[in-house]
Design a binder for this molecule. Structure first.
Ligand code: SF4
Length: 375
């Protein structure tokens, strides 16, 4: 007989700043104190099961009452893991309970551990240079599915994640509410406790959502994937540019800088370097012209060799391009993707079939999902 849908909210999905209200509404006494203890256990201490909550000091009777009103348990299953030859980069394939597989990549830099997380299975934006875009959108992740990747990564590396970048699969602002709820839980004192300035949302440039963040005073760090300051080129490599034209995008970034002051003092524009497409003088001049008056950093990402109609630039081409960019007077950084030789680099099509053994409660994952984002 088919089970009725379970509409109890999952504890990991509830934003930490609303957990006390949810507990109070469910009839729990001293909801503030319980919310704090639960938040720390679920997020910072990485409890994955009701038993883990017991070990974290949440008593048996409280757990029994909680389980009547809330769901809990793992939302993701680790179905694959790889470590790059550089020994600094590790990647996990994480299967959702509905069968789709997403990825998370951890990069170690001295004592810091940055985790690149996914917000969607697949992506609807269809950027021409990106593997994930070829999958189409499979589904949005919930806030808990986004942040549980941090728990699995921390368990695997035995250290705390210090920085989060929303640069995994998906366009974070296309899954707006879940992304913002995840940011809250990553940052909250009763959550993961990661500093706000160490949480970065990377967007392909959804103008309406950028303006919404500005209007609602959301101060999360933002990177914008520009990839060209010529509308025609941008449309060619990023179909989303047709409905989010460059002048509107630049205006939205300017408005954000004016409204948020020091919190948005600099915006980082990401620029995937594609020889023969967006690296000539015409494109350099367009950057200077179109971004006039914006305080920006250019983050040049040499395209990683994968399938597709593009060519990866050589070192001399990148050097020549950045020399010309520096004449614009803005800081220019080159981001060589960690782990790119091992299929973990930005925007890399490293699709490989992973052997998935079905387990109780999980469906078989679709094959060939092992991708990365350039957004
Ligand atoms: S680059 Fe980012 S926004 Fe574009 S298709 Fe890939 S995942 Fe989506």
């Amino acid at each position: 007989m088919q089970q009725p849908p379970d509409d109890r909210p999952h504890l990991r999905d509830i934003p930490a700043d609303r957990l006390a209200a949810s507990l109070a509404a469910a009839g729990f006494e001293r909801a503030d104190a319980l919310a704090h203890r639960l938040g720390i256990a679920v997020h910072r201490d990485g409890a994955l099961t009701w038993d883990d909550l017991g070990l974290a000091g949440i008593g048996r009777f409280v757990r029994a009452s909680l389980s009547e009103r809330f769901r809990f348990g793992p939302l993701l299953e680790v179905v694959g893991e790889r470590e790059a030859d550089d020994m600094h980069t590790r990647k996990w394939m994480l299967r959702l309970r509905t069968g789709e597989v997403v990825e998370a990549v951890a990069i170690r830099h001295w004592a810091d551990h940055t985790l690149c997380v996914s917000t969607q299975a697949g992506c609807a934006m269809a950027c021409g240079f990106c593997a994930t875009g070829r999958l189409g959108l499979q589904r949005n992740l919930s806030p808990g599915e986004i942040t549980e990747a941090v728990v699995h990564a921390q368990r695997a590396i035995g250290a705390r994640i210090t920085d989060i970048v929303f640069m995994g699969m998906g366009e974070p602002l296309h899954n707006f509410d879940a992304t913002i709820a995840a940011c809250v839980n990553l940052n909250h004192a009763s959550g993961h406790g990661i500093a706000r300035k160490r949480i970065t949302i990377s967007t392909s440039g959804l103008v309406r959502e950028i303006r919404r963040m500005t209007a609602e005073g959301m101060r999360w760090r933002m990177h914008v994937s520009l990839h060209s300051a010529i509308q025609e080129t941008r449309e060619r490599i990023m179909p989303i540019a047709r409905t989010n034209p460059l002048p509107d995008l630049v205006a939205a970034v300017r408005e954000r800088q004016q409204a948020l002051g020091t919190d948005a003092k600099w915006v980082t524009f990401q620029y995937v370097a594609l020889p023969g497409v967006n690296m000539d003088d015409r494109h350099v001049d367009a950057l200077g012209r179109e971004l006039e008056g914006v305080r920006y950093i250019l983050n040049v990402i040499p395209w990683n060799e994968t399938d597709g109609p593009f060519r990866a630039p050589g070192w001399d081409e990148v050097k020549d391009f950045t020399t010309r960019l520096r004449r614009l007077g803005c800081p220019v950084k080159v981001r060589y993707s960690a782990g790119k030789q091992d299929g973990m680099g930005c925007g890399q099509l490293a699709a490989e079939t992973i052997a998935v053994t079905p387990r109780e409660g999980h469906m078989i994952a679709p094959p060939g999902i092992f991708t990365s984002h350039t957004g």
